[in-house]
Structure formats: C-alpha cells, structure tokens
Design a binder for this molecule. Structure first.
Ligand code: S3P
Length: 445
C-alpha cells in the first residue's frame, strides 16, 4: 500500500505488533561493493532494499561489475560474479555510474574508482548534485588519486590508477562514508594507510573488510578521535550473507512507540552494531522503555537481534552536543519529534552536517515541526525545541525520506494533530515498505 499526498495522517489509537525493516543500507552498500571487488562468486540476501541500495547495484554494473538480482518473497538475492583474482582485488571502470539520491554510493564508489581501470563518471539526482564532494576527493588525492569535481560537487570524474600511494590522512568531518572511501582505495595501495576521524562513526566497513581478509584496525582515544589503519594491498574473499534490518529504519517505530500512550512494538532481525544504536541510550535517558535483545553476531561480526519499545512513559528533554552527534546523525529528525513530545526544552548543537544531507535537515525539520505546532528555534548547527499545541501540518519533505518518516511519526504519536506530506513516496529511498509496516502495527486505518 501507499499513502497519497492528499491523505492526512492522524494520531493512532494504539501501536502494537512485531515487524521487520529493510536490510541495513550502510551494510548493503558495503557488501555489494566488497562482492564486486572480491575473488569469486558472492551471494547477498537483502530484505526490501530501498532505492539507494538499487543505486549501488546499478552503479557497480555500469562500472563493469556483474550483479544480478532474483526476488525471493520479500527478499532480493543479489548474485555477484566478483572480479578479483587470487591475491588482487578487481578494477572497476570505465563507465558512467548513476548514484541517484545516494551520497553513500557516490562517496564509496569514488574511493573504489580511484584505483579502477579507466575513467569513471559518477552522477546523481538534483539533491545529490548539490552535496559537497571535496571532502572525499581531497583525502583520496593525498593517495595519488586523480579526481575532477564540478564546482566541488558531482558529476565526479575519477581517472583510475593503480597502485595508489598509502597516506596518513586527517578527515575534517566525522563521516563514515569518507572512512569507507579511503578504506576501499587503501585496498589497492602498497603499504599502510591511516585515517583519523574527529569522532566515532559507524564501523561497518572495518568489520566487513576484516571478515573478508583485510588487515584493518580502529583505535579511539579518550577525546573520541578515531584512527583507522589499513594495510594494503589486500585481496577480498567471496562470501554469502543475509543483511539484517536497518537500525535507522527501526528508529521510526522506536520513536513512535516511545511517544505513544498505548504502544508495544518489537522489531526483529535488526543490526545492533553499537556504533549505530546510540538512539537507544538517548531514549532511555529521556525516560522511554526501550530494550535491545542481542541474539547473535553474523559472519562479518555484526551483532543482530530484536528491539522492544513500550509507550506510556512521559519523556523528558535532552541536550545533545559534540561527539553525541555522529552516532545519531540519521536519527536526529526523528529525535526532533521525540523532543517536541517531551517535557522541557531540548537542545541539539554540533550537528551542522545535517545541513548537507539529502536536504538541509535543520531547516527542513524546523519548518516541519513549527508547522506541526512545536516551538522550534533554528541554530546554525542545531536547534532548541519544546512542546507546543499540535496543529494540522502540511509538510514540504524536500524529497527527503527521513523528513517524511519523522513527520508521519509525529502524526501517529499525536505530536501533530494531522500531517499531509507533499511527497509520501520519497520514503522508498530507504524504506519502501514503510506505509504497509505502519498499517501492520495500527498506525494507519
Ligand atoms: C553512512 C554514513 C552517514 C549517514 C548515511 C550513511 C554510511 O553519513 O548519514 O546515511 O553508510 O557510511 P556520514 O558518515 O557521511 O555522516
């Protein structure tokens, strides 16, 4: 089922049930890339992949990889021929790769193409073409990569060359996409590359590369500065995995459940990587009843399990700053909704990165929450927010999936009196089954 732009979303009577969410987007991108670079045939099982993941599949094929998709119920099995030979990783390119709306596809593939064969051109949609790309080109150039940007943005032209030089790079932004791009490039460099990051970012690249045979380590100092070291060159072995649910998609139900007076929701088969689950601690600090139940770790070292949330507890305000931000980066629009349903004034600072996501998420969530009735003060790098009187809100999503889902949750949880989204279909970027899952727990009549 879908929701039309003219459909008003309204407070739900109750939110109850169990569901699964689409496979983790971050892990999916990395698994697809690793499989294309590996020696031998891999198999990746994805539950309900969103448009961003399809962008990576299409882009890899455009660069000469061989990925095919077969539907199996609500899963899609991707078979990847693998292009590496024993002792070496594949070279991708030449070609023109369309990354759609997906910043992660574009930045990771820039790192891959840097050591590719021939010229790769990476393009994206209107939103992606506005996003900053010097942050990925600069550190890769320190490894000898040849990259041409268009006014600091996409289209990106990468002229592949091998071997790249190992380098010691200090990133200016705490971005897992950049760590991923550098790590993929470092697979084809002779020697040790190190990447220092101002914060703790998701570590899926490291877990996966380590499991596939690369010598890659992370250390974090007491100030929260992380250093990732990669010893190249490194070949990757082929693999067969099922990618668990995406914690960031599950977060919609956590916030909805935490805010609603009559809610009991379980999300099964979700990735519980501790660099992703910071939201659970924040919600617990706000007074919510949220519980993780880790069941097992998969072959790539990713912890997997269930999350349970129950509603009915009053939430209290919270302040998030500095190193709190990177591990919550995709959950902050949803957290704005939780904050608008809490007692007291909540504050977010140090989140300027939100301005260069799929939309300027500080101003987009500000306009949306104000229209929903909350008191929202926009700051250069965050916001102050407190509860107001719920209103009938007409929301401009800017085509941003996370703004759309956050405001749907605001309606179901009663933070808004009703919500109309200008583009409900944009949820498919990460979560194509969002509306049918909403119906399954009673959010939609
Ligand atoms: C991602 C990293 C994050 C996140 C994005 C996915 C990844 O971006 O916002 O949705 O898979 O590496 P940054 O780490 O660049 O902030």
């Amino acid at each position: 089922m879908t929701v039309a732009a003219s459909d008003a979303l309204r407070p739900a009577a109750a939110l109850r049930g169990s569901l699964t969410v689409p496979s983790d987007k971050s892990i999916s991108h990395r698994a697809l890339i690793c499989a294309a670079l590996a020696n031998g045939k891999s198999r990746i099982s994805l539950r309900e992949p969103g448009e961003d993941v399809w962008s990576t599949i299409g882009a890899l094929n455009s660069l000469g990889a061989s990925l095919s998709a077969v539907r199996d119920g609500n899963a899609v099995v991707i078979e990847v021929a693998g292009g590496g030979s024993p002792g070496a990783i594949a070279q991708l390119g030449p070609g023109i790769a369309d990354c759609g709306n997906s910043g992660t596809s574009m930045r990771l593939l820039t790192g891959v193409a840097a050591s590719g064969s021939g010229q790769a051109t990476l393009v994206g949609d209107e939103s992606l073409s506005r996003r900053p790309m010097a942050r990925v080109a600069e550190p890769l150039r320190q490894m000898g990569a040849e990259i041409v940007l268009t006014n600091g943005r996409a289209p990106i032209i990468v002229r592949g060359r091998r071997p790249l030089r190992p380098a010691h790079v200090e990133l200016q932004v705490a971005s897992a996409q950049l760590v991923g791009a550098m790590s993929f490039a470092a697979l084809a460099a002779n020697g040790t590359t190190s990447v220092t990051v101002p914060g703790v970012v998701r570590d899926h690249t490291e877990r996966m590369l380590r499991a596939l045979g690369t010598d890659i380590q992370r250390s974090t100092d007491t100030d929260g500065l992380s250093t990732i070291t990669i010893n190249g060159p490194s070949a990757l072995r082929s693999f067969d995995i099922h990618v668990p649910g995406d914690f960031s998609s599950a977060s919609a139900w956590l916030i909805a459940g935490a805010l609603h007076a009559d809610a009991a929701i379980t999300i099964d088969d979700v990735g519980l990587n501790p660099t992703r689950t910071a939201l659970v601690k924040v919600l617990q600090a706000m007074g919510a009843r949220v519980r993780l139940n880790e069941v097992y770790s998969d072959d790539t070292g990713e912890p997997i399990g269930a999350i349970h949330v129950r509603g009915g507890e009053p939430l209290k305000a919270v302040t998030l700053t500095g190193t709190d931000i990177a591990p919550l980066i995709d959950e902050l629009p949803l957290l704005a909704v939780a904050m608008a349903g809490a007692d007291g004034t909540s504050v977010v600072r140090g989140a300027g990165e939100l301005r260069v996501k799929e939309s300027d998420r500080i101003s987009a969530i500000g306009a949306a929450m104000t229209s929903a009735g909350a008191h929202f003060e926009e700051l250069p790098d965050g916001w102050r927010i407190r509860r107001g009187t719920p209103q009938d809100a007409q929301i401009t999503t800017h085509g941003d999936h996370r703004i759309a889902m956050a405001l749907a949750v605001a309606a179901w949880a009663g933070v808004a009196r009703s919500v109309e989204l200008d583009d409900p279909d944009c949820v498919a970027v990460s979560y194509p089954s969002f509306w049918s899952d909403a119906r399954s727990i009673g959010a939609l009549a």
